[in-house]
Design a protein around this ligand. Structure first.
Ligand code: GLN
Length: 306
């Protein structure tokens, strides 16, 4: 018997309400600061195509660092294991935009989900695509079947206007020979990928690729090998939540990825993908209600990868 998802989502939404007001909406750019704190959506899709949603599950928001999973999937597919010469595979234990660790480790980022690592991944995409921004969107269109998913140009512009730390990270890695394109070109793609707007429903659909061992369930198209999908899921489990990855694994126990727009997507391999959106963040930059909702989800369903 599959779990009764509609009543589980209801129960989660009811309980999650008590968490409102405990976090802070991202305010480093006006476009994110203006998002109403009380937005809350959940969407779940199984690899068999069953869909369930609650609240603002169809409203698009800024996916921010969740985009790092899409760019990593593209780069891994193109570069294979060579990728790991330029970016590591260890949890960072540091904030997502930390410069300190990068200096100790001479320009080789700890993992592909901290900003430094994602910037190297973006540099890799510049090597393979004449127009990486178009390639990233096309990839997301293929995964979701939604061809109108796009960059939010206002968010992208503000990212650039305030992106001094990201610029510092790229410059530092460039001085260590770990960035091959111009700093401006890498930042331009990165700021755009962070600005992509998607709904929980679309994110859950896109992440079915990782739940379904590297093939898109709806079309059967194989994007990643089974081994590559398994590895990406391992990186999500160990590094998907910055310096809160351990706590997320402990409380929720699923591979996933968060973004400062308040989104979190998690997967149960062989079963489903689930996306939650609530803009209030904790001090690590992860959605407070998002974590609470996913913790309840694995508790109420009894589902786990462990
Ligand atoms: N645009 C943000 C940054 O690069 C994304 C960070 C995030 O979602 N953690 O700083």
């Amino acid at each position: 018997m599959p779990p009764d998802y509609p009543s589980i989502l209801n129960e989660i939404a009811e309980a999650a309400k008590s968490e409102f007001g405990k976090g802070k909406v991202a305010n480093y750019i006006p476009a994110l600061a203006q998002v109403p704190a009380e937005k809350f959506g959940i969407a779940l899709e199984t690899i068999r195509g069953e869909q369930f949603g609650w609240g603002d599950s169809e409203e698009r928001f800024s996916i921010q660092s969740i985009s790092k999973v899409f760019t990593l999937a593209l780069a891994f597919r193109l570069e294979g294991e060579n990728l790991w010469k330029r970016v590591g595979l260890e949890p960072s234990g540091n904030p997502f935009n930390s410069l300190v660790q990068l200096e100790y480790e001479q320009g080789i980022p700890r993992n592909p989900f901290i900003n430094a690592g994602a910037l190297v991944v973006t540099d890799v995409l510049l090597e393979h695509y004449a127009d990486p921004k178009a390639a990233i969107l096309e990839f997301i269109h293929t995964l979701t079947g939604q061809n109108d998913i796009a960059y939010d140009l206002e968010v992208a512009r503000s990212e650039r206007e305030t992106g001094y730390t990201n610029a510092a990270l790229v410059n530092f890695m460039k001085s260590h020979g770990n960035i091959r394109h111009s700093v401006a070109a890498v930042l331009d793609v990165y700021f755009h990928q962070c600005s992509i707007a998607m709904s929980c429903r679309e994110l859950a659909r896109a992440f079915l690729l990782f739940a379904n061992h590297g093939a898109i369930p709806a079309t059967g198209e194989r994007i990643l090998t089974k081994s590559q999908a398994k590895r990406l899921n391992a990186i999500m489990l160990t590094c998907g939540f910055y310096d809160e990855a351990g706590e997320f694994a402990f409380a929720v126990g699923l591979p996933g990825k968060s973004g400062v727009g308040g989104g979190i997507v998690a997967i149960i391999p062989g079963e489903l993908a689930i996306a939650v959106w609530s803009p209030e963040l904790n001090e690590h930059g992860n959605s407070v209600l998002g974590i609470k909702a996913l913790e309840m989800f694995t508790t109420l369903t009894g589902m786990s990868i462990f």
